[in-house]
Ligand binder design. Structure first.
Ligand SMILES: CC(C)(COP(=O)(O)OP(=O)(O)OC[C@H]1O[C@@H](n2cnc3c(N)ncnc32)[C@H](O)[C@@H]1OP(=O)(O)O)[C@@H](O)C(=O)NCCC(=O)NCCS
Length: 254
């Protein structure tokens, strides 16, 4: 059940994230997510290097209370390429990938995340060759899953063992919101592609299980390096514990 909204609704202003947000942005990520992001990630966000982002700030004191960070990526290199129709003569198709979304607890359930995601949809729609906004949600994050369903994102598939956090595997859900007239196709070719994709995932999962069985014989130091951070990519993520973390592995799922 959702927390009841307070009687006083805050006035929220939406603007791009800027360098002065750096410290607070980092603190909020630390508070909201069970992992640490690389410093470079935050620097790229606040300087807009390859990342497009929005901040939600309280109009009364300019305090940062929410954020959304995104990256524009080539559809061909994404794991949802099979969902899109490619025409060779056309300009390369693009997608907007949501990297992180968060609202500080005290400001939740006021529609702030809704407004942030709408900004992203507006941005994606303004890019003529952009076909969708997509993201991954960890399978236990029910509020976020409910949120994306409410925003009419389409559930595409469950990715087994997508995340590896503090020594444990977690599945993720892949959600997509199509823009600019794009939609999930269902031609026989696409069905074959989807089945092939599923079988490939299954094989990868079996291979990783076999690999994990074997890895018990490998000394821990040979596969882990000292890091406390997460590299954010729209790829498979391996996240580490605070003190003994495995480096992120960025093997594409496609
Ligand atoms: C998920 C999150 C971003 C939602 O932010 P928010 O500003 O509270 O969301 P909104 O007020 O726009 O909520 C819109 C809808 O989402 C759903 N929702 C939001 N929070 C929910 C919760 N705790 N439980 C169930 N549904 C929830 C509801 O359907 C809600 O619609 P309603 O208000 O008409 O009931 C916020 O809870 C958060 O920051 N969580 C921690 C970080 C996180 O999980 N990020 C997402 C990772 S992909």
């Amino acid at each position: 059940m959702l927390e009841p909204r307070g009687s006083h609704r805050p006035t929220i202003i939406y603007r791009p994230i800027q360098p002065s947000d750096l410290e607070v942005l980092e603190q909020i990520h630390l508070a909201l997510f069970p992992i640490r992001y690389e410093r470079d990630f935050f620097l790229n966000v606040v300087h807009g290097h390859g990342i497009v982002s929005w901040a939600a700030v309280d109009g009364q004191n300019d305090e940062l209370v929410g954020f959304i960070t995104t990256r524009l990526i080539s559809a061909r290199e994404s794991e949802i390429a099979d969902l899109l129709r490619h025409r060779s003569s056309r300009k390369e198709l693009m997608l907007v990938y949501i990297l992180t979304l968060g609202v500080v607890e005290h400001y939740r359930n006021y529609g702030i995340a809704t407004s942030l995601v709408r900004e992203v949809i507006k941005y994606a729609s303004s890019i003529t060759n952009c076909r969708a906004v997509y993201l991954h949600v960890i399978s236990y994050n029910l509020p976020a899953i409910k949120f994306y369903r409410k925003m009419l994102f389409k559930f595409i598939r469950r990715l087994q063992n997508f995340y590896y956090i503090n020594g444990q595997h977690y599945d993720s859900y892949l959600f997509v919101y199509f823009v600019n007239g794009s939609h999930s196709p269902c031609s026989p070719l696409n069905i074959v592609a989807a089945v092939a994709n599923y079988l490939r995932g299954l094989l990868k999962m079996l291979a990783s299980k076999l690999w994990r069985n074997e890895e018990t014989h490998i000394p821990v130091w040979s596969k882990c390096s000292e890091t406390k951070t997460l590299l954010v990519t729209p790829n498979k993520r391996i996240l580490g514990a605070e003190n003994s973390a495995c480096r992120v592995c960025t093997s594409q799922l496609t």
